[in-house]
Design a protein around this ligand. Structure first.
Ligand code: HEM
Length: 224
């Protein structure tokens, strides 16, 4: 019996990109929840309790903070030096006004953008922006860390932390920026998840699945 596959399988995301994506997703989720708790510690321990709620919440925050910092550094490196240029290629569409117009039209069901890489131009600049926000939230987080933990890494970071603190106009400002930028992640995650599901349906390709499996499936006669 002869069986003809209806779709072609293409590899789009390397294991490193996929693992880092989910590490970031998990750490951002924990950081937002623990961060808002640190800002507003509403749980009151019974008197003479030795359960250090704020301490454990802060511990979880800092652990995930270091995971996010490490992944952010690794992703900046991979963007420029990874073997696959599927991300870098998308920059061609960012430079073309025509690609912008075609993409925006495709969102209202008018035509279809044949992308050079894996991201559309609007998606690409959004990811660049959120990566820069991640860099700033990691830096301000490390500054706060150095002010709480003076030994080891905190001590090593102290001089740079003092410099950043001066630039931002004091420690209170560092904390405020760290807090405001949390909202950029909250807003990003909601739109990002929505668009991931929506674009899979709209453009009939593998969307959420490919950041798990690495593969996209295309009809031989279609582009995406
Ligand atoms: C998506 C990333 C992150 C989010 C959403 C986030 C969110 C927050 C929020 C909302 C606060 C409370 C600020 C306030 O008191 O108003 C906070 C505090 C803090 N964050 Fe983050 N944060 C992130 C990344 C990091 C990173 C990368 C580090 C570095 C290790 C870090 C270290 C800290 C520290 C040390 C504090 C202060 C804890 C304390 O005073 O006990 N955060 N964070």
């Amino acid at each position: 019996m002869k069986h003809n596959a209806t779709h072609i399988r293409t590899k789009i995301f390397s294991p490193a990109i996929r693992i880092f994506h989910w590490l970031r997703a998990l750490s951002i989720l924990v950081l937002v929840v623990t961060g808002f708790y640190i800002a507003w510690p509403f749980l009151v321990a019974p008197q003479s309790s030795d359960i250090l709620v704020q301490g454990w919440v802060r511990f979880g925050h800092v652990i995930c903070g270091f995971i996010l910092t490490a992944v952010t550094l690794a992703r900046f490196y991979l963007y420029f030096f990874s073997r696959s240029d599927i991300e870098r290629r998308s920059f061609r569409d960012v430079k073309s006004l025509n690609s912008w117009i075609i993409q925006l039209k495709s969102y209202i069901w008018m035509g279809h953008l044949h992308k050079a890489g894996v991201y559309g131009p609007l998606q690409y600049v959004t990811y660049v922006a959120i990566s820069l926000v991640a860099a700033v939230i990691c830096i301000t987080g490390l500054v706060l860390y150095a002010n709480v933990y003076h030994e080891g890494l905190g001590g090593m970071l102290w001089d740079s932390a003092a410099w950043v603190t001066t630039q931002l106009g004091g420690l209170a400002q560092v904390r405020l920026w760290h807090h405001y930028l949390t909202w950029a992640f909250v807003i990003f995650v909601v739109i990002h998840v929505y668009m991931a599901v929506w674009s899979g349906i709209r453009f009939k390709h593998n969307s959420v699945d490919s950041i798990v499996s690495g593969y996209d499936y295309l009809k031989p006669d279609s582009h995406h």
